[in-house]
Design a protein. Structure first.
Length: 370
């Protein structure tokens, strides 16, 4: 439970109540248990028991989701436009069409001709009308067989900001620690400042505001939707995370990017109705927000034309970015795709997989639901 408090008014009674009444801390067989750090925000220094826990478990030690090296090495993605780009039947040949103005990416199948790219479909475009795009190599984490029950987080910040010495404090070099993009961090304690923002203790006197991270927050059994398939994923629009479950057990998790206004990802319980190893995506042709994307990998459609899919055109996972789809890195998308494909068929011989889209808070605000 998160306890709300005013940072400047801390009573001696609260300080005493926050000290864990545990015995020896020199036990070499410590088991990870962040609850021994509860109440650290009320203390000048964490207790010896808490310090021992943080020293023994400075960061999560999860196995990463495997890299999809085949897709990452096989495809060559290029941004074209935003203005219209002519297409040709051969290098220096006849113009046979154009790629309309918009947010466009192509898959180059032949880059061997100087000054030219042959794209999927056979057409050629001038190389100087395109720019190579490096996809993200980030991937999420796998959990032990019995799952994982404790909160942790991925760092989203891109600025290498120093952490704070206390909840609500300014970044401080004295902590000796700054945040690295996509770093995975333990959450040893949680406090709430006077404005209602959560702060997470990630080390001795090292606190991070919730806006800098995406938090893994496993669902309680009572909050899980009814009638989900045995294998299902929970998409949290507030934390921008995806957690894969087998029954009630988390199997793996990662950060995602969902829809921006006015194309927010819809909340609800859905079933995957189509699975494609790759698919082209386009929309709003002729409009200022037109887009066309070749060879989008590992596509799982679940809400009409809304899907989970691999994404090569940005590396801003943890922030909303899409036209409604759930963006994952290529490696994470393959993990979900193949894991769901390996589901056990139902009595009718069909593979059914559920996608539960929900929100644990109001995105961009400190309002927590539930």
């Amino acid at each position: 439970m998160i306890k709300r408090f005013t940072l400047m008014l801390v009573s001696a009674a609260l300080m005493l109540a926050a000290v864990p009444l545990l015995a020896q801390v020199e036990d070499s067989d410590l088991v990870y248990d962040p609850s021994v750090c509860a109440g650290s925000a009320f203390l000048a220094q964490p207790t010896p028991t808490c310090m021992a826990m943080m020293e023994a478990f400075p960061a999560p030690d999860f196995e990463p989701i495997p890299q999809d090296r085949a897709t990452l090495s096989q495809y060559s993605f290029w941004r074209v436009g935003p203005e219209a780009v002519p297409t040709f039947d051969a290098p220096g040949g006849n113009q046979i069409g154009e790629i309309a103005a918009g947010f466009n990416f192509v898959n180059a199948v032949d880059t061997s001709v100087d000054g030219w790219l042959q794209i999927e479909g056979g057409e050629w475009i001038p190389r100087d009308r395109a720019s190579f795009t490096e996809p993200s190599y980030f991937s999420g984490v796998m959990f032990p067989e019995d799952g994982w029950e404790y909160e942790f987080a991925w760092v989203l910040d891109l600025s290498y900001t120093y952490v704070s010495e206390r909840p609500g404090g300014e970044p401080s070099e004295a902590t000796g620690r700054f945040l690295e993009r996509y770093e995975v961090i333990h959450i040893f304690d949680t406090a709430v400042d006077s404005e209602g923002w959560r702060w997470y203790m990630i080390g001795p006197n090292q606190w991070v505001k919730q806006t800098f991270v995406s938090k893994f927050q496993p669902m309680d059994a009572d909050d899980m939707p009814e009638d989900v398939s045995k294998k299902w994923v929970a998409v949290d629009l507030y934390e921008q995370t995806l957690i894969a479950y087998e029954g009630e057990t988390p199997v793996f998790a990662t950060v995602i990017a969902t829809g921006i206004p006015p194309t927010e990802t819809n909340e609800g319980l859905f079933e995957v109705w189509a699975s494609l190893a790759r698919d082209g995506m386009s929309g709003a042709t002729g409009a200022p927000n037109a887009y066309a994307l070749q060879s989008v990998p590992w596509v799982l459609y679940f809400d009409d034309d809304i899907s989970l899919h691999g994404t090569y055109w940005h590396d801003l996972f943890g922030y909303r970015q899409s036209r409604g789809c759930v963006n994952l890195t290529i490696s994470d998308a393959r993990q979900v795709f193949e894991w769901m494909a390996d589901s056990e068929p139902n009595a009718d011989g069909e593979i059914v997989n559920s996608v539960y889209v929900h929100s644990t808070g109001v995105y961009g605000e400190n309002v927590i639901r539930g």
